[in-house]
Write a new protein. Structure first.
Length: 289
């Protein structure tokens, strides 16, 4: 939802801004304008919508992304090759609520030069569209300014061998007035790095019964688990961009046990708590306020 950087006589600027805003309100990539902050096809980096939408009082957009597989939603840190996820992008605000929300995003393999699109987006909800870019890139973005702050679509992960996938997302908070004045766009992208996991069927993890509390938390949290199999497990706290913030080995016996999560050491945001054993695993969403 950003306008192009063009020069016009001053008397025409209000009209030009309004026209460009209206043309991009249905998704900038649909009009050949790319604002995800990701590596561009020609070298360099795409801008973000803050180049135009930067004078509002809504605060910086916050972005939360969840991936649902087989009806279970999680903050993903690795993908299963070939699996199809239902992706939900939620845009938040910092100060006051905007009149509407927008976003733009794409999945890339940044190990290649230039970065190449990976996976297949499909089945967008009514507020979302999939737009074509150059070099076969697919942009997932708003289809119109949305009063609801969430957008959903399917994403089928690439087949085995692709490696790490990076999902670039920017958000926009708008007042729905003509032009871009009074809006706030992301100044930098949210980047979620998804490591390549084992293909479906090669690792069948059993679920681990658990409770994560308090959640949300203002400090430390606790994970109460009842492991299906005693043994050695790795307990990790992971950011949405895939960074492991803490990791420790724990030896669990049969029965219920409570494990402390060092969330008092991190900034407010959304994190993934992962407990992984040889044959069982859990991933749970933790909100730190």
């Amino acid at each position: 939802m950003c306008s192009s950087n063009l020069r016009f006589p001053a008397v025409l600027l209000p009209f030009v801004a309004a026209l460009l805003f209206l043309s991009n309100s249905g998704g900038p990539a649909a009009n050949g304008n790319f604002y995800t902050g990701a590596p561009s096809t020609g070298g360099g980096t795409e801008p973000t919508c803050s180049v135009c939408h930067n004078s509002g009082s809504f605060g910086t957009p916050s972005i939360n992304v969840s991936f649902a597989l087989d009806g279970t939603s999680a903050d993903l840190t690795e993908y299963t090759p070939g699996a199809t996820y239902r992706v939900t992008v939620a845009i938040g605000y910092g100060n006051i609520a905007p009149a509407a929300y927008g976003f733009s995003s794409q999945f890339l393999n940044t190990a290649t030069s230039p970065a190449t699109p990976v996976g297949t987006p499909a089945n967008p909800d009514g507020a979302t569209r999939i737009s074509n870019g150059s070099a076969n890139r697919k942009y997932i973005e708003q289809s119109s300014p949305n009063q609801d702050s969430t957008f959903s679509f399917d994403w089928t992960a690439p087949e085995a061998g692709e490696g790490t996938v990076s999902y670039y997302v920017v958000g926009n908070l708008v007042n729905r007035a003509s032009g871009t004045g009074g809006d706030n766009g992301s100044t930098s992208p949210t980047i979620i790095n998804l490591a390549e996991g084992a293909p479906s069927g090669t690792r069948n993890f059993a679920a681990i019964p658990h409770t994560l509390f308090p959640n949300p938390t203002n400090g430390a949290a606790n994970l109460r688990v009842t492991p299906t199999t005693p043994g050695r497990y790795t307990l990790s706290l992971i950011s949405l961009d895939g960074r492991i913030l803490s990791s420790q080995i724990v030896n669990l016996t049969a029965g219920s046990v409570t494990l402390p999560i060092p969330s008092q050491k991190v900034k407010p945001g959304v994190y993934a708590v992962q407990l992984m054993g040889a044959n069982s695993r859990l991933v749970s969403r933790l909100v730190v306020q």
